[in-house]
Every structure is written in structure tokens, then in C-alpha cells.
Write a protein that binds this ligand. Structure first.
Ligand code: KIV
Ligand code: ZN
Length: 502
């Protein structure tokens, strides 16, 4: 049998714990669909005890996704395990993931419990979880700072109770590759029943070592890797899935041809979606999915690539679904060509959605000579909303310049009525936002605002990402247009609609 590496994606659980990365249930479900298309083996869909919304979301995902194992997280507490059991009930294949800290520092200060009590709780919680599900994972939280002998004993005990996966979290991103590899070796050599369980890695990125540590663990024999799309997660994030997968696939000479289920051609699409829905912009120099990851700027490099791609390219961009900025369509391209191109980019749209995207495409084609793939992706992401919009942009007008105080009038459609508001502001964008606040009578706090060009050229689409707080909720959203004021207005309205949907 081929040696297989299990990909456990925790974008929807640890990834969503990243400060400001709030996702609503519809968005989580959309990400889960893309994770399934990617071929992820296990999807950690949430932490059901944390809120009724999280429980519902895990249930929805368990109902809809049949191609991956659906997992939920629980502390070593019966009510937590009950909540996961309920959440994963509709799943074709479910998993309960129980965690309990084993490091002295966590036991003493956080849990205020001694070793024997931790041992008892670990045993009882796995025994209890096994009553609901044959697939149980146990994580000794802060494993890398735990006493090794105690860790070995806990792992032996939970495997005896039926844990089928033992995950070794580097909870605070403290370990180094060699040290983590030696820990995995230590577990293999000192836990007598280890052959009955799969060893898993879970690395955080506080020292920037998340991926390196995970890869070292794989070399040492770990056969499950926990990771997130774009490496999002608590603090500095988790190990990034795309980097781990492409390391294993690209360096077969080192990873011994390990089988990995991932359809790598879907990676770029998944990255864009997670970035859009969380509002976390991917840095241009990010490995595998950054905008510059496959761009060659220096003349020498360009010349080399034109003569022979492998001179400067170790991965073919198309292998990760990166379509680059090749000219794709123009003003005269028909709807059929548009639909075909969108299909190539991995989007399967309904007729109704295609009509909407086509309308925006035609408007853009009137303003912009060449439409790139990234322009198309941006239109689709902007147009195909997961939530029913309460507010829709009807029109806006701004007056701004060096000698006038910026003024804006915005008109929004609300329940078939057109409502307009006027305001001045510190700049045209601020004036528009204030005018919208007047219409919606919502007190909003803009916590973050960024703008970037989707493609190159003076006529490029400008994409605005912002973070907005209103009604006690914080959301992130995006909007795009060739006009950056319009992008800003669209992003602001998208954020308000998202808040209404939560
Ligand atoms: O980082 C961590 O320790 C975790 C556990 C819950 C697995 O996320
Ligand atoms: Zn974690």
C-alpha cells in the first residue's frame, strides 16, 4: 500500500480564530465546498460548544460535505464532546477531536491541575468520545513544551482508550525543526502502542517555522498534517496547507513519493476565496499563492524562462491554478466565451449568476481594453454574494478636489425604495461612508481599509478590503471597480449586508 499523508484542514476552526477573521455560516459552507474540491481528507469545521452558531455551522457542513471527514473540536469535557457528537451526526464520516494541555506551564497556571488529574481527564474524555464515534483524535495541547515522559504516558493511555490519531501541537510556535522531528521520533520509540494510531502535526508560526516544523515531522514519520489555507490562524497563524502540499509534491526525492490527495490546481482559487471571505490580504511575496510567486521581473530571469521554464521555475503556475495575468477576454467576447473561461478558472455558475457577471463584465470591458483572469475572479467574487443583500448600491456622486471640501451623495436601494443621503467628509471616500451611515442610520466604526490594484495598468480594477464594526459585530469585506471610490462604496455596503446576515 502507498504511504499516504492525511491533510487535515483547520481553516474553519484554528484559521477562523485569527483576530478579525469572522466568517458567517454560509461563508464557512462555501469554504468547506472548496476544501472538498481540493481533496482535503479531514475538515475541522468548528468548535461547536463555543457558540450555537458554530454548532449549527458544523451541522450544515456535516450535512452537505460527503467527500471529507468532518471533525469538531472539544475540550476534555463531556458537554463539549456532546456538542461535537451532535454537530457531526449528519456526517458520512465524522471525527471528534479532544484536546487537553499537558505542559507544566498550562497545567499549573491555566488548568490548575496535577499530572494524575490530567491523565484521568485524558482517559475519560477519549473513552467518552469513543461512545459516539470510532474516529477520535487526541491533542495534548502545548505538547512541545511538555515533559516528554509524561507526554509519552498520556499518548499511550489515550491510544489504549481508542484514540485513532494523536496530534502533537506546537501550540505557541516555539519548537525548531530538528527538535520537533526528534520529538516525533521519541514518540515512535517510546509509546509502546503507537502503531495503533496516526501521528499528526499541528504547528503554529510564531517564529515563522510552522511549515518547516511540519515537514520535519513528516520526515520523522507523522502521517497527518494540520494546516490552513494561506496559513491563517491564531496570532502569526498556522502552517500553510499550500506550502506543505507543494513541498511534498515538488520534493518527491526527499518525501519519498508520499501520496497526497490534494488537487493542486484548485489551490489558487481556495486561497483567493479564503482571502476574500476573511478579508486577509495575501502578501505579494507569499510562497505558492502570492501575486508575485510566479512573476519574473529581472531581464536575465525573463530571458531564462523564455528559453526554458525550468531555469527559474520549480513549480508550473498552472499546477496550483495560478492563471497569471494573460489577456483573456475583450469587449467583443460573448457570454459563451466568458462562461468557458470561468469554468477553466474553477467557477461553476448558475445561469442567473452568469447573467449578473456578464453585465459587470460588459461594463468593465467598456472601460478597460484588456480583461485579465484576476479581473474576472474579482468580478465573480464581488457579484456572487452568499448573502441576500439588504442594501444595494443605486448610484453615487462625489465632488472633491484641492479647493473644495469633499461632498458625496449616495443612493441605496432598500426594500424596493431608493434612499439617498448627503455628507461632507475628510475625503471623497469618507464623505461616501458618512452618507451611507446617514441612510442606514447605523453607527459604524471603520477599523481597517486597504486598497490594491488587481492587475497592472492604469485602468486596473482597484480592490478595497475593509473591516467594519457595527451592531457589536466586526466583519471584513471587499469591493472592486475601476473607480476606487466605487470599490470603497461597494466594500462598505457589502460589510453592512454581512453584518445584517450574522
Ligand atoms: O494549537 C493548538 O494547540 C490547538 C489545539 C486545539 C489542537 O489548536
Ligand atoms: Zn492551533
Amino acid at each position: 500500500m502507498m504511504d499516504k499523508l492525511i491533510i487535515f484542514d483547520t481553516t474553519l476552526r484554528d484559521g477562523e480564530q485569527a483576530p478579525g477573521a469572522s466568517l458567517n455560516p454560509a461563508e464557512k459552507l462555501e469554504i468547506a465546498h472548496v476544501l472538498q474540491e481540493l481533496g482535503v481528507d479531514v475538515i475541522e469545521a468548528g468548535f461547536p460548544i463555543s457558540s450555537p452558531g458554530d454548532l449549527e455551522s458544523v451541522k450544515q457542513i456535516a450535512k452537505a460535505i460527503k467527500g471529507s471527514i468532518i471533525c469538531g473540536l472539544a475540550r476534555a469535557i463531556k458537554t463539549d464532546i456532546d456538542a461535537v457528537a451532535e454537530g457531526i451526526k449528519p456526517a458520512k464520516r465524522g471525527r471528534i477531536h479532544v484536546f487537553l494541555a499537558t505542559s507544566k506551564i498550562h497545567m499549573q497556571y491555566k488548568l490548575k491541575k496535577a499530572e494524575d488529574e490530567i491523565m484521568r481527564l485524558a482517559i475519560e474524555s477519549v473513552r467518552y468520545a469513543r461512545k459516539f464515534c470510532p474516529d477520535v483524535e487526541f491533542s495534548p495541547e502545548d505538547a512541545t513544551r511538555s515533559d516528554r515522559d509524561f507526554l509519552y504516558r498520556v499518548l499511550e493511555a489515550v491510544i489504549k482508550e481508542g484514540a485513532t490519531t494523536v496530534n502533537i501541537p506546537d501550540t505557541v510556535g516555539y519548537t525548531q525543526p530538528e527538535e520537533y522531528g526528534s520529538l516525533i521520533h521519541g514518540i515512535k520509540n517510546n509509546v509502546p502502542n503507537i502503531s495503533k494510531a496516526i501521528i499528526s502535526t499541528h504547528c503554529h508560526n510564531d517564529l515563522g517555522m510552522g511549515v518547516a516544523n511540519s515537514l520535519e515531522a513528516i520526515k520523522a514519520g507523522a502521517r497527518q498534517v494540520e494546516c490552513t489555507i494561506n496559513g491563517i490562524g491564531e496570532r502569526a497563524g498556522n502552517a500553510s496547507m499550500e506550502e506543505i502540499v507543494m513541498n511534498v509534491k515538488t520534493r518527491k526525492d526527499i518525501f519519498g513519493g508520499l501520496e497526497v490527495n490534494i488537487t493542486t490546481q484548485q489551490i489558487y482559487k481556495a486561497s483567493r476565496l479564503v482571502s476574500k471571505l476573511t478579508g486577509f490580504v495575501v502578501a505579494p511575496n507569499k510562497a505558492i499563492v502570492g501575486g508575485n510567486a510566479f512573476r519574473h521581473e529581472s531581464g536575465i530571469h525573463q530571458d531564462g524562462v523564455l528559453k526554458e521554464r525550468s531555469t527559474y521555475e520549480i513549480i508550473k503556475p498552472e499546477d496550483v491554478g495560478f492563471t497569471g495575468t494573460g489577456i483573456v477576454l475583450g469587449k467583443h467576447s460573448g457570454r459563451h466565451a466568458l462562461a468557458e473561461r470561468l469554468k477553466d478558472l474553477g467557477f461553476s455558475l448558475t445561469q442567473e449568476e452568469l447573467v449578473k457577471v456578464n453585465e459587470r463584465f460588459k461594463i468593465l470591458a467598456d472601460k478597460k481594453k484588456t480583461i485579465f483572469d484576476d479581473d474576472l475572479i474579482s468580478i465573480v467574487e464581488d457579484e456572487i454574494k452568499l448573502i441576500k443583500p439588504v442594501w444595494k448600491l443605486e448610484s453615487f456622486q462625489v465632488n472633491s478636489g484641492t479647493k473644495v471640501a469633499p461632498q458625496a451623495e449616495v443612493c441605496l436601494k432598500y426594500k424596493n425604495k431608493i434612499l439617498c443621503g448627503k455628507s461632507s467628509g475628510d475625503g471623497p471616500v469618507d464623505a461616501c461612508f458618512k452618507a451611507i451611515d446617514k441612510i442606514t442610520t447605523t453607527k459604524c466604526e471603520l477599523q481597517d481599509y486597504r486598497i490594491e490594484a488587481v492587475t497592472q495598468g492604469k485602468d486596473a480594477l482597484g480592490e478595497v478590503s475593509l473591516k467594519l464594526k457595527a451592531k457589536g459585530k466586526v466583519v471584513t469585506s471587499r469591493g472592486s471597480s475601476t473607480d476606487i471610490i466605487e470599490s470603497s462604496v461597494r466594500a462598505y455596503i457589502n460589510a453592512l449586508n454581512k453584518i445584517e446576515s450574522l
